[in-house]
Design a protein around this ligand. Structure first.
Ligand code: G3I
Ligand code: 9MR
Ligand code: ZN
Length: 543
């Protein structure tokens, strides 16, 4: 006869890491190239991990014949990678074919030279957004699923409910967050603009519209925009329609409201010729959000105590407000928005592009519309700011880095941020016509596609060695990797137990592990994939 309450004591608990879940230390190739390959007229760069100065390299064709010889640049120590590397420039290799980079009898993985070598990975990188759709019956032989996350969601802290279905699942989870949705949508619109003359990528517009439709449902009557909609916790590794917990809409924040104003104003500018009614709805929503910003100070976001899903807390909303002011100027031509932008830009930013640093989008919009801006001094100051950052990044990437990148603080999502820097370099190249900014932008794309100390192409399903266990619920549930997804990459903060256990003591550029439990290094996300889509569109198809 049990008398309640019953106390159960458990002691002597020990957790034993059974080592068979530790990924094999697969042999990293000593010679790295962009594993997707190169177009015939591309700059072609590879890297060799060396112990001492080796002089020469050769390019072998599929029959093992030497078709090109060259000299390695002198070795340099890269502390972030914890090794010496030498650069191989084989840009003179022009004939289409399959090759390896060979040094001292060691060969890289096979890579291709072909005009269309990027077509498949570019398509997969943006088809990812279709497969991430929420509230939609996704048609796909492997990742297809019934509608998910439909129905009324409770507005946390109230007894009110509203339907806010649609949009994209954020990442490896099924939450939907305004700040990453806006950043990703901006990248897709800019990617469409950059490549529309060379590639039939109308999909970019339809995917952007899918997210815009959802974001419009997240605006409150007073113009404020709710920060996110998720369940209270993360589900297991199930398909989206199996997450049936109640949905909650979390409070309004000014970073979300400002990002909303910016992306809706951008949508007006990009869609007005295609669908004027929808474009006008976006512009009205943008102005309503702007009015909220004009009457409210900073309202940053923290998860309510009962909500354990992603937070995307951003303590600083002036860069988002700047993005909104610039985009509203582009949409309306009203100089008053420039006055606001100028006031906001007095904050010394580094012109970054990222979910919590949106000033780069504001700068890009100002520079694209400089002819219509009366305050030429302001335009000049923005141009100088962007070019000085580009100069620093290009010098680091081309002359100092052991792997061709200007990035030294490997945080959660480093691969996405590295491509966001390629974004800045690309617009600086447009503005200045400087070849070195284009080379540096391409060098950042080469890094994620294979020119890195892990010898990995960080995009699933492509290259010789690519992530096999991304932290992505559909891939884990289906035991098959969805292709075209950029994983977050090295995070020296070791911000999940798996990474902490396995990677401590490794140099920053090697703090990555291909395991689904490592969400801080091996998850995927819409705002990282959008940077990949933009990089292909601008650097490869935008020429
Ligand atoms: O920027 C600082 C840097 O200055 C500092 O040196 C460094 C080390 O302390 O931290 C940097 O901030 C990091 C920030 O990302 C940079 O964007 C934080 O440490 C890091 O914790 C933060 O991680 C975010 C992560 O959620 C945890 O909050 C990622 O940006 C963000 O992409 C990620 O987003 C998750 C969603 O919450 C849920 N959905 C999946 C998604 C991707 O993993
Ligand atoms: O799957 C979640 C991922 O999307 C988030 O980025 C991450 C950090 O918030 O959390 C993941 O969920 C894990 C949770 O944080 C801890 N328990 C295990 C969950 C699945 O890995
Ligand atoms: Zn869903």
């Amino acid at each position: 006869d049990s008398k309640l309450p019953v106390t159960v004591t458990i002691s002597e608990v020990s957790l034993i890491l059974n080592n068979n879940i530790t990924p094999e230390e697969n042999k990293t190739p000593m010679i790295k190239t962009n594993q997707i390959g190169y177009r015939p007229n591309d700059i072609k760069i590879g890297f060799v991990t060396v112990e001492e100065n080796i002089k020469n390299f050769s390019i072998l064709n599929e029959s093992g014949e030497t078709v090109l010889r060259g000299k390695l640049e002198s070795a340099r120590r890269d502390e972030l990678a914890g090794e010496y590397t030498s650069k191989a420039d084989f840009s003179n290799l022009k004939e289409e074919g399959k090759y390896t980079l060979s040094v001292d009898g060691e060969n890289s993985y096979i890579f291709s030279v072909a005009e269309n070598v990027y077509d498949n990975i570019f398509k997969a990188s943006y088809n990812f957004f279709y497969l991430q759709r929420c509230g939609f019956k996704v048609e796909d032989p492997v990742f297809g699923h019934e509608e998910c996350h439909k129905g009324q969601a409770r507005i946390i802290g109230t007894y009110d409910y509203k339907e806010a279905d649609g949009g994209w699942h954020d990442a490896g989870d099924y939450g939907r967050y305004i700040v990453t949705g806006a950043k990703a949508t901006a990248d897709l619109l800019l990617a469409w603009e950059a490549s529309k003359d060379n590639f039939d990528n109308q999909t970019l517009i339809s995917e952007a519209k899918w997210e815009l439709d959802w974001m419009l449902k997240m605006q409150r009557e007073d113009g404020g925009v709710y920060h996110k909609i998720t369940c209270k916790g993360f589900p297991g590794f199930v398909m989206p329609e199996e997450e049936t917990e109640p949905l909650f809409i979390c409070p309004v924040s000014t970073p979300a409201t400002a990002d909303f104003a910016g992306i809706m104003a951008m949508a007006y500018s990009y869609l007005k010729t295609d669908n004027n009614d929808f474009a006008n709805i976006c512009l009205e929503a943008a102005k309503k959000a702007w009015n909220y910003l004009e009457t409210h100070g900073s309202e940053t976001f923290k998860n309510p105590s009962t909500v354990m899903t992603g937070e995307y807390g951003d303590p600083y909303d002036k860069d988002e407000r700047y993005f909104a002011a610039a985009a509203l100027f582009e949409a309306t031509g009203e100089q008053s928005y420039i006055e606001k932008a100028k006031e906001l830009r007095k904050n010394k930013w580094k012109s970054e592009f990222g979910w919590e640093q949106m000033e780069g989008y504001g700068d890009e919009i100002i520079l694209k519309n400089s002819d219509h801006i009366e305050d030429k001094e302001f335009v000049k100051s923005v141009k100088e700011a962007v070019l000085s950052v580009a100069e620093e990044y290009a010098d680091t990437a081309l002359n100092k880095s052991g792997y061709g990148i200007a990035y030294d603080n490997f945080v959660w999502g480093s691969n996405g941020y590295i491509l966001d820097r390629a974004h800045l370099l690309s617009i600086a190249a447009d503005m200045s016509g400087k070849e070195k900014y284009k080379r540096a932008a391409r060098s950042h794309l080469d890094y994620v596609l294979g020119n890195n100390p892990m010898g990995i192409c960080y995009v699933t399903g492509f290259g010789t060695a690519s992530p096999q266990q991304p932290h992505h619920r559909p891939s884990v549930a289906k035991e098959q990797v969805m292709e075209g997804m950029l994983v977050g990459g090295p995070d020296q903060g070791l911000q999940d137990p798996f990474a902490e256990n396995l990677l401590s003591g490794k140099p920053p550029m090697k703090c990555w592990v291909d395991h689904f439990q490592s969400y801080s290094t091996n998850e995927i996300a819409i705002n990282w994939n959008s940077a990949l889509v933009y990089s292909f569109a601008k650097i490869i198809y935008g020429e």
